[in-house]
Design a protein around this ligand. Structure first.
Ligand SMILES: [Zn+2]
Length: 532
């Protein structure tokens, strides 16, 4: 997901405790102890008379341990908005449930049956989550926009990324609409009463934050097939050709990530022009891009790369806890850079990282917190330059530390291990340690669980054929340890010297025949630091 600022720029916390349960405690979502949703079938009826939706949600639950009570999220009616539940069934019997404070609490009938299906019958006008409005061209439209936890406004569900399930949408809507949704289209039937039924099914488990529907009058096109995955564009008819052209780069991006990370997890890749509060929202296999993303000038390649990278990181390997959202946003940020580097070269990588460095430093001035910040409990507040740009930089530094070959091997092993699953920072660290054979505890503690970055003061002198470099870390809360490249420039030529910095004060001597014109730190953009 990205905010709507130009250059798809994203946007906007302690630390350092031995990893493990303490950090996990920060995301305050009340998780079900045994119930694990396996699949959702959402039957939804939409109409043109009003914004009321009618729903029948079939929810299949497996009880991992004992069969006990569990809860679903659904925002109840208050005032004009919210849902009214008319009935809930366990199998074909009326279920034993209560519906309080936007939580449907179901107590299963006592039986040994470990897998059960519940049906929730409800209706209402969603305040959020499903955006019922008109497109910028005035056409009535319905767009899902669930991130982070807005699915509960229109879909009874376990609305937290830790519980992923297969999805099927059966959308009944006036027949002049085109419908796209999470999954593969398995049915489109005219119901001969002015309505049409369109069904999409996604066999891979997906988190509610990234399921969606798009219902309006679309211009849609199959752009390409990549490794058997259909890549399509769904845009407003008024933007037909510009939209097909601007979203056309998606197949190239998809191929790059499949070739370098691993197999794509979902049934299709649709790129949808939509009403969304974000610049882009990485819905699984049905990505939403802000309405003005279509200009015909191919201005959103970086945004498209970011949202497609999320299909691997955030959607397939999903943070198990909002405080670890960098595993989604940091990865998407850096893999969008890697894609652009593969197309435009290393200068593009440096250019992107230098823009990000500025955002990180600006953000730190106001928010001195680590990337994994246990003090944040509101999922919306986990988005910041820490979890996007800084986390992207951390991956850049990890790549530099391990080398390209080991870095990519580790990334492939990480995805293989956690595809269609949930992750925490320790899981990623462990895989990178196993792949590289290196102990990365210090690296992760320093860059993920410690606030800040090295604030470096460089002084140098040249005397008697020796360049004397003096480097001071000015920040007081932590002495960072890092590999450093020093660029010595003479007559326009640069020679790079490598060293390791482990102390607050570092003196380093380089034998040189003549005095350099300039000495610069990190000419290749491999270290996140602030020059003072
Ligand atoms: Zn994102």
């Amino acid at each position: 997901m990205q905010n709507k600022s130009t250059k798809y720029l994203a946007l906007i916390m302690i630390i350092l405790f031995p990893l493990g349960n303490f950090i996990k405690a920060q995301d305050t979502y009340q998780r079900n102890t045994s119930a694990d949703v396996q699949g959702y079938i959402f039957n939804l009826s939409l109409n043109d008379e009003n914004n009321e939706i009618k729903g029948e949600a079939e929810i299949t639950v497996a009880f991992k341990n004992e069969v006990n009570a569990f809860a679903l999220d659904l925002i109840a009616k208050s005032g004009n908005y919210g849902m009214q539940v008319s009935n809930i069934f366990e199998g074909d019997k009326v279920a034993n449930y209560n519906y309080v404070s936007n939580k449907i609490k179901i107590t299963p009938f006592s039986s040994e049956e470990k897998i059960r299906t519940y049906k929730v019958v409800y209706k209402g006008i969603p305040e959020r989550g499903l955006v019922i409005d008109t497109t910028k061209f005035g056409q009535r439209s319905f767009f899902g926009d669930n991130w982070p936890n807005l699915a509960r406004h229109w879909l009874p569900s376990v609305d937290h990324p830790s519980d992923k399930a297969t999805i099927e949408f059966r959308i009944k809507a006036p027949d002049h609409y085109d419908v796209v949704a999470t999954g593969e289209k398995i049915e489109e039937s005219n119901l001969k009463n002015g309505y049409k039924l369109t069904t999409y099914k996604e066999p891979a488990p997906v988190a509610m934050k990234v399921v969606t529907i798009g219902v309006t009058e679309f211009a849609s096109k199959l752009l390409d097939e990549v490794n058997g995955i259909p890549v399509s564009a769904w845009v407003y008819p008024e933007n037909r050709l510009d939209g097909f052209s601007d979203y056309g780069v998606a197949s190239k991006v998809l191929k790059y990530f499949i070739d370098n990370i691993g197999p794509y997890a979902y049934a299709k890749l649709a790129n949808m022009q939509a009403k969304t509060q974000w610049g882009g929202l990485e819905n699984a296999g049905t990505i939403a891009y802000f309405e003005n993303s279509v200009t015909g000038k191919n201005e959103v390649e970086g945004l498209i790369a970011h949202e497609i990278a999320h299909q691997w990181f955030g959607n397939s390997a999903t943070e198990n806890d909002w405080n670890h959202v960098w595993l989604s946003e940091g990865f998407a940020t850096y893999f969008a850079i890697l894609y652009q580097e593969s197309v435009y070269g290393d200068e593009k990588r440096k250019e992107e990282l230098e823009l990000d460095r500025k955002n990180i430093i600006d953000y730190y001035l106001k928010n001195a917190a680590p990337i994994v910040d246990p003090s944040i409990t509101d999922p919306l507040k986990v988005l910041s330059a820490n979890t996007y740009e800084k986390a992207g930089w951390v991956l850049n530094m990890l790549r530099h530390k391990l080398g390209d070959e080991t870095f990519w091997k580790g990334i492939q092993a990480y995805y293989k291990a956690f595809r269609n699953s949930n992750v925490l920072s320790t899981d990623f660290q462990k895989i990178m340690e196993e792949t590289s054979g290196e102990d990365l505890d210090e690296f992760f503690q320093q860059w993920i669980f410690t606030k800040g970055h090295p604030q470096l003061k460089l002084n140098w002198t040249y005397k008697k054929k020796k360049l004397q470099i003096n480097l001071e870390q000015l920040q007081k809360h932590h002495v960072f340890k890092f590999p450093l490249e020093i660029g010595v420039i003479k007559d326009g030529k640069i020679i790079i010297h490598k060293t390791e910095v482990h102390t607050a004060l570092k003196n380093y001597t380089i034998k040189l025949d003549s005095e350099p014109d300039k000495v610069i730190l990190d000419p290749q953009s491999w270290l996140l630091f602030e020059e003072k």
